[in-house]
Design a protein around this ligand. Structure first.
Ligand SMILES: NC(=O)c1ccc[n+]([C@@H]2O[C@H](COP(=O)([O-])OP(=O)(O)OC[C@H]3O[C@@H](n4cnc5c(N)ncnc54)[C@H](O)[C@@H]3O)[C@@H](O)[C@H]2O)c1
Ligand SMILES: [Zn+2]
Length: 350
């Protein structure tokens, strides 16, 4: 078991990483206060039994399409009826969808109650549960309503990843590889040299998750409210979000991030910003961990580019891209010719 500490403008919280942590949940959060668990229909039957002293367990429908104000609105009354007041706290038990919604509820219920993240997907462990961004989607787009709300603990129980679908595990690997490219060359080269895909059973998982969280921790500590450096975490995301959207969400987020990282690397290499072999190194590493490296041919290039224009990172009418300069070194730039992006996407289509 290891613990990392995240400091933020109003305090600090531990991220506990290990196996079989949920069985000793109370001990790890270090409080005897009353709490309510919020989880989803897939996770409840697997892991809710660890929380037998909860005031209530609220089970929400699983999936991004339920990350809405309607779902959140249905929760507040149940918290009241179960008797939760500001002396109690909420537990988010699930992936990033549950973490984002529970954090948002915790930020607003009675003007704020404490909450603990118990991420059960690899993506939620290495990315969504750390950094205090919470929220819900609107019909107009993802994460358009939300709040910064820091958890008071994150309990990452690696054992829960055994039950995760392989494609969901791979999506978490995309963000992990992304963290290596942004800020941890050692993490990247470990995954590059690894002869087999990472799995929940492998002992190396612990160190990998810890290193990936460490990257996010370092970035969010420096830029807690996303005014600057935190934009680096969006490597592959400007292209990825557009691909995800144009595919009608058939391409999953992590898969789209993998494709988006390929576009970013190829564009950076074409402009001479990075070594010529960086795209092939990223490609081999993504492939080794069961991620796609080509863009489906049926996705229209113009539609992808138009969609990028509506990305919320667009600033003052200019789209800004995060490009790799080297492993562990990325930068933000608007100076990418439109034609080069179109050519790169086309060249990556299978
Ligand atoms: N707040 C942030 O900083 C941040 C960062 C990245 C992503 N996100 C958000 O995270 C969400 C994506 O998170 P996600 O990929 O975890 O999605 P998710 O929460 O939808 O989980 C994916 C699927 O796995 C199931 N599941 C979860 N844990 C399981 C387990 N242990 N065993 C079996 N099944 C399990 C879920 O029910 C769901 O069907 C998006 O909404 C995204 O916007 C937030
Ligand atoms: Zn992402």
């Amino acid at each position: 078991m290891t613990t990392l500490t995240v400091t933020h403008p109003t305090g600090a919280y531990p991220i506990v990483i290990g196996r079989h942590l949920l069985a000793d949940f109370r001990q790890h959060v270090g409080t005897t206060a009353p709490y309510i668990v919020i989880t989803d229909t897939n996770v409840q039957p697997l892991y809710a039994h660890h929380f037998d002293d909860a005031l209530d367990v609220i089970v929400l429908p699983a999936g991004e399409k339920h990350k809405t104000l309607e779902t959140v609105n249905g929760v507040y009354g149940r918290l009241l009826r179960a008797g939760l007041d500001r002396s109690g706290f909420l537990v988010a038990l699930g992936g990033g969808v549950i973490g984002d919604m529970t954090g948002f509820i915790a930020s607003s219920y009675m003007r704020g109650v404490g909450f603990v993240q118990c991420p059960t997907t690899l993506l939620a462990m290495v990315d969504a549960s750390v950094g205090g961004k919470t929220g819900v989607d609107l019909p107009e787009g993802k994460n358009l309503v939300g709040a910064f709300k820091q958890p008071f603990a994150v309990i990452a129980d690696l054992e829960t990843l055994h039950t995760l679908e392989p494609d969901e595990f791979a999506c978490g690997m995309a963000e992990t590889i992304k963290h290596g490219v942004i800020n941890d060359p050692e993490l990247f080269t470990f995954l590059e040299r690894d002869s087999r895909p990472m799995t929940a059973a492998r002992p190396e998982l612990h160190q990998m998750v810890e290193s990936a969280i460490e990257v996010k921790r370092e970035v969010v500590q420096e830029d807690p409210y996303e005014h600057g450096r935190r934009a680096q975490l969006n490597l592959g995301h400007t292209f990825g979000h557009a691909i995800e959207n144009v595919s009608g969400f058939v391409v999953k987020h992590g898969e789209a991030v993998a494709m988006g990282m390929m576009v970013a690397a190829e564009v950076a290499a074409a402009l001479g910003h990075c070594a010529a072999d960086l795209p092939s190194r990223i490609k081999a590493t993504l492939l080794a961990h069961n991620l796609p490296v080509t863009i489906p041919a049926d996705l229209d290039v113009d539609a992808i580019i138009t969609m990028m224009g509506s990305d919320k990172k667009k600033k003052g009418g200019v789209i800004r891209y995060i490009l790799p300069r080297a492993l562990g070194d990325c930068f933000l730039t608007a100076a990418v010719p439109h034609d080069l992006i179109a050519q790169t996407i086309t060249a990556l289509q299978e």
